[in-house]
Write a protein that binds this ligand. Structure first.
Ligand code: TXA
Ligand code: MG
Length: 341
């Protein structure tokens, strides 16, 4: 199959919407990462997404919409859901809600009684979904297990020949996937960290929100998990090692030409870019999150590079999501400094 690249013009959006209506898979931009879209009400279309991604079929998909009304036939819009949607939609929050019995395909829910729903901030994509007239499934547009794509070129790298089209609307802004909050648990529970933080959610819901991704032990009645979190994620083929910026001096002394470094500008200033492969994470948490996956993907394709050292961030705000993705990509490997090596 030849994969078309579409731009963000009205004409192109119409073409994309038609492809979705005819059961084809179309990759689309969001503010977080690129997604793989298919008509969520068409099982044959949804199956194509699992095949293109190589994704285990018990891992449920997000129903992605262009307007809240598109969800009404499928899920219960609870009072808490409405509050969150008013404040955070369109935007980087995915909400798990009860489904209306029989209304959502088992392929989408993975057999659960709940569904994940999201309305992305990207206008081109919202327009495309409204035109298609159905919610679309929207997993990240990477091969299963690889870092999520933040540009159309990343999508092409993984999906060329496997899907009908890619809508290119430039690089994404947030760079890490949406926060997933489960409103069907006893208490609202974060299953995946993202740009919307625990504090942001608590402020709107005016109740305690559990973070199931944090290290702290959970009460026994509070162990829901996003099914997807059990799979290896975000991992390039190369060895990835986190480092604390406090260990930067030590790290510089052990770097070789087969190592790459991903760090903030303030650290990279000290090295010779002609001798040491490096990728700028920019400055601060937001820019680091935006640039993380692109750097991992870049070095994954450089055959001379065997190991990628990546700076860890303060565990606050979107830094939590950043450290969570980096933790998965590295399998928890941390540079120990020279004393203990
Ligand atoms: O930012 C995003 O959310 C991106 C963009 C493309 O919208 N999409 C995305 O989708 O990251 P995906 O499929 O890669 O991640 C969805 C996560 C998975 O971890 C999945 O297991 C979980 O949400 N999930 C989906 N439905 C669920 C449900 N009913 N209950 C619990 N977790 C669910
Ligand atoms: Mg994903």
């Amino acid at each position: 199959m030849e994969t078309k690249t579409l731009n963000n013009s009205t004409k192109a959006i119409e073409v994309a919407a038609k492809l979705l209506q005819s059961g084809e898979v179309v990759a689309f931009p969001t503010e977080t990462v690129y997604g793989l879209g298919a008509d969520a009400t068409n099982d044959e279309a949804v199956k194509k997404v699992f095949v293109a991604k190589g994704r285990p079929s018990d891992n449920p998909l997000i129903m992605t919409v262009g307007a809240i009304e598109q969800l009404q036939p499928y899920v219960e819009l609870t009072a808490q859901a409405k509050e969150l949607m008013t404040v955070f939609w369109p935007g980087s929050l995915t909400i798990i809600l009860p489904i209306k019995t029989g209304m959502v395909s088992m392929l989408v829910t993975g057999g659960l009684e709940t569904a994940a729903v999201r309305m992305p901030a990207n206008q081109v994509t919202r327009q495309m979904i409204r035109l298609a007239g159905v919610p679309i499934v929207g997993p990240s547009a990477n091969t299963s297990g690889k870092p999520s794509p933040t540009t159309a070129a990343h999508v092409k790298h993984d999906m060329a020949g496997k899907i009908a089209a890619i809508v290119d609307d430039g690089p994404t802004q947030v760079g890490v996937e949406s926060t997933v909050v489960d409103l069907t648990a006893k208490r609202p529970t974060i299953l995946r960290t993202g740009a919307v933080s625990q504090g942001d959610l608590e402020q709107v819901l005016k109740t305690e929100v559990i973070d199931a991704t944090s290290q702290k032990a959970l009460p026994a009645d509070q162990v829901p998990k996003a099914p997807g979190m059990k799979y290896r994620h975000y991992a390039p083929d190369k060895e990835v090692v986190m480092f604390d910026p406090l260990d930067w001096q030590d790290l510089q002394r052990v770097l070789t030409t087969s190592d790459a470094v991903m760090a903030e500008d303030a650290l990279l200033m000290g090295i010779d870019a002609r001798k040491q492969a490096s990728w700028s994470l920019g400055t601060g948490l937001e820019q680091a999150s935006e640039n993380l996956f692109a750097g991992l993907r870049y070095f994954d394709d450089q055959s001379v590079i065997k190991r990628i050292y990546v700076e860890s961030m303060p565990d606050m705000g979107i830094g939590k999501a950043y450290n969570n993705r980096l933790g998965k990509a590295s399998g928890g490997r941390l540079f120990q400094g020279l004393d203990s090596e």
